[in-house]
Design a protein around this ligand. Structure first.
Ligand code: RP5
Length: 184
């Protein structure tokens, strides 16, 4: 894969970066070239429209857009591009991100935004990888390997939990029922 970005990771403010960083990290892990930038729907609307309109022409294939509060960036980008847009609700100090989630997920019919969980930037990156993997067998194999690792990690957790339960039960042997011993 060339280093030409194929995923655009954009956010309403640099204050979103601590959340959005996880998307860039997982894209880097999979070797998917991406760009990251601040594009604010409310503070720089003309730039935001320009970014969305030019995204496909610049070679981007997926846009990941994160925003908090009145989070209109993902939906507005989706309205001016044919690319798939993944929205990341960024939690702010108030309302725990529910405001961001509802702003992003409640799109009108015809303009979809694939919305991940509040703060779910890593899943947004993984979803972008899956979208690209449809036309990239090498990337699909890496995703399959990643999922196999998840399964192994979950199995190891189960094994560790079963061992803990055995230890717990060994320390809580039930008392013998009354009347079962020798009584005077
Ligand atoms: C939103 O306003 C941004 O996406 C960010 O989550 C929030 C706060 O932005 P700053 O005031 O920190 O720049 O548009």
């Amino acid at each position: 894969m060339s280093s030409q970005p194929v995923v655009g990771v954009v956010m309403g403010s640099d204050s979103d970066w601590p959340v959005m960083q996880a998307a860039v990290e997982v894209l880097d892990d999979f070797g998917v070239p991406c760009e990251a930038d601040v594009i604010s729907a409310h503070r720089m609307p003309a730039d935001m429209i320009g970014y969305g309109q030019g995204a496909a022409g610049r070679g981007l294939k997926v846009i990941i857009a994160g925003a908090g509060g009145a989070a209109h960036l993902p939906g507005m980008l989706a309205s001016v591009t044919t690319l798939p847009v993944i929205g990341v609700p960024v939690p702010l100090a108030h309302l725990d991100g529910l405001d961001s989630l509802l702003s992003i997920v409640q799109m009108p019919a015809g303009i979809p935004v694939a919305t991940v969980a509040v703060g779910g930037a890593r899943n947004a990156g993984l979803l972008a990888v899956r979208i690209l993997a449809v036309a990239d067998p090498g990337l699909a194999r890496r995703m399959a390997d990643f999922q196999a690792e998840l399964r192994q990690a979950a199995q190891a957790k189960g094994e560790a939990l079963r061992a803990r339960v055995r230890v717990y039960r060994a320390g809580h042997e039930p008392s013998p029922p009354s009347g079962s011993g020798t009584e005077l």
